[in-house]
Write a protein that binds this ligand. Structure first.
Ligand SMILES: [Zn+2]
Ligand SMILES: [Zn+2]
Length: 141
C-alpha cells in the first residue's frame, strides 16, 4: 500500500497497474465501495467479480503514465469507459456517463489488503456458485 500525507495533511493513496506504468493518486476516502458480479465485470477483470471504489472527481490528485481507454455501453445503455495500461493491460479505473465525473478505481490496484470491504454486491444472481455472501453485505440482483 502506498499511503502518504501531502502538504495539507490529507491522506493520499495511489493505485497502479501491475507494471507500475499507470498510476492514479487520489485524496480522501471513497464515497462508495462495491463489488459487481455481472458478466461484463467478470470478463473485464478476468475473475469472478469486480471490486471497486468510487471517488468524486475532486479527489483525483493526478494521473501519470501511458493509458488506453475502451468505451462500451452499460446495461442501462449509457457509456462506461475503462482505462488500462497499454503495457501490462491492468484495468486501473473507469468512469461513465452516469457517474457525473466520479472515478471508479479497481481496488486491487491499491495493493492494500486492509481496504474497506464492499458494502454492496451488484448482480448478485450472476455470482459464482461457490461464493457465499458475507454477513451484512447488501445485494442487488
Ligand atoms: Zn502496466
Ligand atoms: Zn458489473
Amino acid at each position: 500500500m502506498e499511503s502518504t500525507m501531502n502538504a495539507t495533511g490529507t491522506a493520499t493513496r495511489t493505485a497502479q497497474c501491475a507494471c507500475g506504468g499507470l498510476k492514479i493518486t487520489i485524496t480522501g476516502t471513497p464515497a462508495r465501495v462495491y463489488a459487481c458480479s455481472c458478466l461484463e465485470c467478470q470478463r473485464a477483470t478476468g475473475t469472478a467479480f469486480s471490486y471497486r471504489a468510487l471517488f468524486t472527481q475532486d479527489a483525483i490528485a493526478y494521473i501519470t503514465g501511458d493509458r488506453r481507454t475502451w468505451r462500451r455501453s452499460s446495461d442501462s445503455g449509457r457509456w462506461v469507459e475503462q482505462t488500462f495500461c497499454p503495457t501490462c493491460g491492468t484495468l486501473v479505473y473507469m468512469d461513465g456517463e452516469a457517474l457525473s465525473g466520479a472515478v471508479v478505481i479497481s481496488v486491487g490496484c491499491f495493493a492494500d489488503p486492509g481496504f474497506a470491504a464492499p458494502a454492496t454486491l451488484f448482480r448478485a444472481a450472476r455470482r459464482h456458485h461457490w461464493y457465499a455472501l458475507p454477513d451484512g453485505m447488501r445485494v442487488v440482483d
